[in-house]
Ligand binder design. Structure first.
Ligand code: HEM
Length: 196
């Protein structure tokens, strides 16, 4: 008897980021923040899809899945919901894709200690809130897709060209925090919407 494997039904929770010659986002800059860089490619396609197989001509393909929140409190959730805007806004023709891997020391900690570092000691959410609604974001988790994923998270941000400096300031604040001492690989990819 042949076993049938049912494809993952993601309901658009699973996203692939495919670097290559096609896609709606033009790569403007690929910067190494820590760890190994990713190879450059002219474009990135963000695809909501179920397939585990990247296109054959892709330079690279990273996958991540959106998930429930792990750390936010009720108060923070309410504050975020009141301020944040979604992806795909007409004026938000700039994007940043920042894949991140955290260290084994980070993952060895229980959730309450990670939350303590992330918020009590680093103010990640409080800092981030200051930049809403200019910056829209989506967090994708990679760890639970398998043990071969090169990153733990793929972060995606969209903003108007006029907010580029604010976005850089946000990164400066976050990267100076205690939380970022647990980041062992980070690549900062800046993009512009191809039709903009
Ligand atoms: C635009 C402002 C930002 C806001 C409002 C924000 C907010 C948040 C929130 C609420 C979470 C926790 C989600 C949960 O409870 O599981 C989170 C997680 C995360 N954020 Fe941000 N963030 C912002 C900017 C950034 C930036 C610029 C980066 C990367 C350079 C980043 C990277 C991450 C990562 C990697 C996580 C997952 C951390 C973990 O689970 O260990 N965030 N962010």
């Amino acid at each position: 008897m042949t076993a049938t494997v049912t494809p993952i039904t993601s309901m658009h929770r699973l996203y692939s980021f495919v670097a290559g010659n096609s896609g709606g986002w033009l790569v403007e800059q690929v910067m190494r923040v820590s760890g190994e860089l990713l190879p450059a490619a002219p474009r990135i396609a963000v695809v909501a899809e179920t397939s585990a197989h990247p296109p054959r001509d892709a330079t690279w393909c990273l996958r991540g899945i959106t998930s429930n929140e792990r750390y936010v409190t009720r108060e923070e959730k309410t504050a975020l919901a009141a301020k944040q805007e979604g992806l795909g806004r007409a004026q938000a023709s700039c994007a940043a894709m920042i894949p991140i891997r955290k260290s084994a020391a980070w993952w060895a900690m229980p959730q309450d200690e990670r939350r303590d570092i992330m918020e009590q000691q680093s103010r990640h959410i409080a800092i981030g809130l200051n930049y809403l609604p200019a910056i829209a974001r989506r967090l994708h988790h990679c760890r639970d897709l398998g043990s071969n994923e090169p990153f733990d998270f793929i972060t995606w941000f969209e903003y108007a060209p006029a907010d580029s400096a604010a976005f850089n300031e946000l990164l400066r604040e976050l990267r100076a925090s205690l939380e970022w001492r647990y980041v062992e690989r980070e690549v900062d990819i800046r993009l512009r919407r191809a039709d903009s």
